[in-house]
Ligand binder design. Structure first.
Ligand SMILES: Nc1ncnc2c1ncn2[C@@H]1O[C@H](COP(=O)(O)OP(=O)(O)OP(=O)(O)O)[C@@H](O)[C@H]1O
Ligand SMILES: [Mg+2]
Length: 217
């Protein structure tokens, strides 16, 4: 799924300034894009507009398939939020299965997907632990596995590696980007190493995107 944004502007109803002031970008199908920029520059706001968590005020954001047909981002994107929330008394496996069920998976398929994505984020063997005993970084990885288990063609992730060390972060990126680039991934990050792994780097500055090709780390 290709993602395009054109002239997106946004001011919070109670805000005192325009957070986004004419954002334009294009992310090709199957590509990974890092959104970087200082704290408060509007990264979460932009991701929220992309995922329909905030109403658009001006401009357009489209998800287009290979035939140029438009799809709703609300239906085609899965989320990793900046604040991870899991069902505390359910197991890691059950939490990931929620993602698969949202895609209409059967019980058996959901279990299979959950085991697969938990392993991909480095949590093999932790499937039956209740979410409440997981560390911050482990919980974050369960939330990523849950998003991947939905098999939606777009993943929007807000600081998904914020609590991870470099090695674990790299493992998680492998899982998110996918061996076959089967999904389009947008990752908000403060980590230059994560940005360097993405195909595109979109830097938010003064409410606009300044695009550059990612240089290898
Ligand atoms: N609900 C709100 N009402 C008013 N202003 C808001 C609201 N949410 C965010 N803002 C403001 O919008 C600006 C952009 O916030 P946003 O959360 O998008 O930044 P960010 O780039 O994600 O920052 P961080 O790296 O700290 O997560 C900030 O100045 C913030 O104070
Ligand atoms: Mg943010």
């Amino acid at each position: 799924m290709r993602l395009t944004a054109h002239d997106v502007t946004y001011t919070y109803p109670r805000g005192d300034h325009q957070v986004l002031a004419g954002v334009d970008f294009e992310i090709p199908d199957g590509a990974s894009a890092a959104i970087i920029g200082p704290s408060g520059s509007g990264k979460t706001t932009l991701l929220s507009l992309m995922g329909h968590l905030l109403p658009m005020q001006h401009g357009t954001i489209h998800a287009l398939d290979s035939h140029g047909r438009e799809h709703s981002l609300a239906a085609t994107a899965s989320w990793v939020l900046q604040t991870v929330s899991l069902l505390p008394d359910r197991t890691a496996l059950d939490n990931v299965a929620v993602g698969a069920y949202s895609d209409g998976a059967s019980r058996a398929d959901a279990r299979e997907r959950s085991l697969k994505y938990l392993a991909q984020v480095g949590l093999a063997g932790r499937e039956h632990d209740p979410a409440r005993i997981l560390s911050g970084g482990e919980a974050q990885r369960v939330a990523i596995a849950r998003a991947l288990a939905s098999h939606r063609p777009i993943v929007l992730a807000d600081e998904p590696t914020g609590q991870l060390d470099a090695t674990t972060s790299s493992t998680v990126l492998d899982a998110m980007i996918g061996a076959h680039r089967e999904r389009t991934v947008v990752i908000v990050t403060h980590d230059p190493e994560v940005a360097a792994r993405c195909d595109l780097v979109l830097e938010l500055r003064d409410g606009r995107i300044h695009e550059r090709q990612s240089a290898p780390a």
